[in-house]
Design a protein around this ligand. Structure first.
Ligand SMILES: [Zn+2]
Length: 196
């Protein structure tokens, strides 16, 4: 089962890891998230009191479900399918790659041509992170996989704020939220929209 997700991550893939407890504390202080709820072997955060001030939904009064199902038996399936807005914080020591299942080919940062072999290169890197080089077949540009331009459908990082239940481009983070995150890492953050 997959869910639509809005994911916030530092714009620079090489931003140092963020302490997840500190991140959760900051997000609770500004009211993006509530108290953690155990779910199988994971923990999710329901939306906080200021969620709708910190995440701006676009368009005319969308149907936004913020409350988790009261029925514990359906909670797991509802979470996996993104049936309601709730958050996960993913903080990893090593670099991770998150992408939409229908992610279009990224573009070369030099010639802007699509990289048709990108999935093979990512899989090779995921098996052996030392193999992170990428060479453009079109212009010969030599760099790293992290140089590829994925726009808003994929990203590399160590820290991901995952909001389930938001369709692509249905909502954007408000300036106040981006300001809090930038203050935390001394770097700007970006938004991607994926289904995974
Ligand atoms: Zn190129």
């Amino acid at each position: 089962m997959s869910a639509y997700k809005l994911i916030l991550l530092p714009a620079d893939p090489w931003c140092p890891p963020v302490n997840c407890e500190q991140l959760a504390g900051e997000l609770q202080t500004i009211g993006l998230i509530g108290e953690p709820v155990a779910l199988e072997d994971n923990v999710f955060f329901p939306t906080g009191d200021n969620f709708l001030q910190l995440i701006s939904f676009l368009g005319c009064s969308p149907m936004i479900e913020l409350d988790p199902p009261a029925d514990r038996a359906t909670l797991l399936a509802a979470s996996a399918a993104g049936k309601f807005c709730h958050l996960f914080l993913n903080c990893t020591a090593s670099l991770a790659f998150r992408a939409d299942s229908q992610c279009p080919p990224p573009r070369c940062p030099n010639c802007r041509q699509p990289a048709p072999d990108w999935q093979t290169a990512i899989e090779t890197w995921q098996r052996n992170t030392a193999q992170s080089d990428w060479i453009c077949n079109n212009c010969g540009f030599t760099g790293q996989l992290t140089d590829l331009s994925f726009r808003k459908t994929a990203g590399f990082g160590r820290t991901f704020i995952e909001i389930r239940g938001i369709y692509p481009s249905e909502a954007v983070p408000a300036a106040a939220l981006l300001g809090t995150l930038q203050h935390l890492t001394n770097e700007p953050w970006k938004t991607i929209y994926i289904k995974e």
